[in-house]
Design a protein around this ligand. Structure first.
Ligand code: GUE
Length: 294
């Protein structure tokens, strides 16, 4: 058996096209231009790549994109002042502070300073708490993307066994909440879990977000499972260059699973597309307009 490859590129492009249509509509009917501000502190090369792709795709969807690059040695007060200014700026509806922040900065304080209505990362305790309570919230983009990819294979997740490996605030924990909202049965596993292969074996849906290259092996999987790879690990190749691999042994998974997301070309694509969705939703909510259809 060889698994279906879930094409994140195609699904993300379709989602971005639908966002662009809605953006054009709110612009035409309500003179509203959704705006996203991305704050990048320091010059981590991987972060620069992501920020550039967010900028290009935001503009391509017809939204306004604002970039704020700050030096790695920026003070906490200066960073908080940038966030406060974006909170007040009526042309900004979404604020994303690229993580991780350089050492010395207090990430929690920065996240807490973001206006929850503009928190398109869904990291502010207001949004995280609302999501955990089952209330409407801005939810983190990567987990939203994972749900869309899963539903491209299984339109209903009701009653399915899902295992989430990883418990970060940006991915694992919010993904668990979104899966519960879909009526899946959810197991949360992590680096300290006993018998991880045995836990994964039970799962119809496997989500790996641990940041360990190819940790989940093919023989851990239940035959036919849907496997969503959230890891992005850059590992050295023989020729001195690097390549990207996920947290799942992709070739092994292809032989056992029913459907698999590739890295790159899977979840990463959806993360940026869902950021556009969240920015559109935030803009409509702030302007008092009905929820957009995407
Ligand atoms: N506050 C915050 N929010 C985030 O959502 C956030 C963050 N900080 N810090 C870093 C991680 C990582 N992240 C990715 C976004 C897009 C791709 C992406 O587009 N990946 C492509 C290509 C990747 C490549 O070629 O390097 C793909 O997988 O096909 C990957 C990773 C968002 N993050």
């Amino acid at each position: 058996m060889t698994a279906k490859i879930i094409d994140g590129k195609v699904i993300a492009a379709d989602l971005r096209a639908r966002v662009a249509e809605e953006v054009a509509r709110v612009k035409r009917d309500h003179n509203l231009v959704p705006g996203l501000a991305v704050v990048l502190v320091g010059n981590d090369p991987a972060s620069e790549v992501y920020v550039r792709s967010k900028h290009t795709q935001t503009q391509a969807a017809g939204m306004a994109s604002f970039e704020h690059k700050l030096p790695a040695d920026v003070s906490q007060a200066d960073l908080l002042a940038v966030v406060a200014k974006l909170n007040r700026d009526p042309s900004v509806h979404g604020i994303l502070v690229q993580l991780p922040l350089p050492k010395g900065l207090n990430t929690e304080a920065v996240i807490n300073a973001i206006d929850p209505a503009k928190d398109v990362d869904g990291l502010h305790p207001n949004n995280a708490g609302r999501l955990a309570g089952g209330f409407e919230a801005l939810s983190p983009c990567t987990p939203l993307g994972c749900i869309i990819l899963t539903k491209s294979v299984h339109p209903s997740l009701e009653g399915m066994n899902a295992v989430v490996i990883g418990r970060s605030n940006l991915v694992g924990r919010p993904l668990v909440q979104l899966l519960l909202n879909e009526n899946a049965t959810v197991t949360i596993a992590h680096s300290r879990s006993r018998d991880l292969p045995g836990i994964v074996k039970q799962a119809d849906l496997v989500y790996a977000a641990v940041g360990r290259p190819e940790m989940v092996r093919g023989d851990w999987l239940k035959p036919g499972a849907t496997v969503i790879d959230i890891g992005i690990n850059r590992i050295p190749k023989d020729d001195g260059k690097t390549r990207l691999v996920g947290d799942i042994a992709y070739q092994e998974a292809l032989a056992v699973a029913g459907a698999v997301t590739p890295v790159p070309g899977g979840v990463g694509q959806m993360t940026v597309a869902c950021l556009l969705v969240n920015t559109l939703r935030a803009a409509c909510a702030i302007a008092g307009l009905p929820k957009p259809t995407v």
